[in-house]
Design a protein. Structure first.
Length: 206
């Protein structure tokens, strides 16, 4: 999927505004520049950032209600996927987006983007374990296995919340291997960027 195709989906299906598309272009260009000196994303994905990273992250906004006084925490944000893409899309200043990333290099990049584009988000440059997370939505991409994510969800997040997890072809196996005592219900959605990948959306009662 090329850049024009991705931008058409962002505008027409996911309802990004022309202004946010311009911000995504700046984000894309800064990511390329930063990646020349630091390993933010794999070199094999550099020519496909719009589809592999930006659209892959953006697709999950369909499962988020950007309501007043609610929040989203992105755990292990890396170079901003999906957290920074969600923050760029979000136009409600009463909806709080929080990014947690332990790598100083990646946090420096996230801060650069936040300041350059005037993005409304909070960035935490330490381990997520050091925080009490009380978000309504928790997102994960290219993080740990589902069992570990569920453990984080139960032990650190202290309120009822929705998990949105971008997973590869092992999503179904990981779901089947969850402990049956875990209190959850979920739906499984197909990714629009990879026919083998899935999005797990899970309501967790704490």
């Amino acid at each position: 999927m090329n850049k024009d195709q991705v931008q058409s989906i962002l505008l027409n299906e996911l309802k990004f505004s022309p202004e946010t598309i311009k911000k995504l272009q700046t984000f894309h260009d800064e990511l390329l520049n930063y990646n020349k000196n630091y390993n933010l994303i794999a070199n094999s994905t550099i020519d496909d950032i719009w589809s592999r990273h930006i659209l892959d992250s953006a697709q999950i906004i369909k499962y988020i209600d950007f309501n007043d006084n609610e929040s989203l925490s992105d755990i292990g944000s890396g170079a901003g996927f999906p957290g920074m893409i969600i923050a760029i899309f979000n136009s409600n200043h009463s909806f709080h987006v929080k990014l947690y990333e332990k790598s100083k290099v990646k946090c420096d990049f996230l801060l650069l983007i936040k300041n350059k584009l005037s993005i409304n988000c909070d960035i935490y440059d330490d381990y997520y374990q050091y925080h009490n997370i009380d978000a309504n939505y928790i997102t994960f991409r290219a993080f740990k296995k589902l069992g570990e994510i569920m453990k984080i969800s139960r032990e650190i997040v202290k309120v009822n919340h929705k998990l949105i997890i971008l997973k590869g072809k092992n999503a179904v196996n990981e779901l089947n291997n969850l402990q049956p005592k875990v209190n959850y219900k979920y739906e499984l959605q197909n990714s629009i960027t990879d026919q083998e990948s899935k999005i797990i959306i899970m309501d967790v009662k704490n």
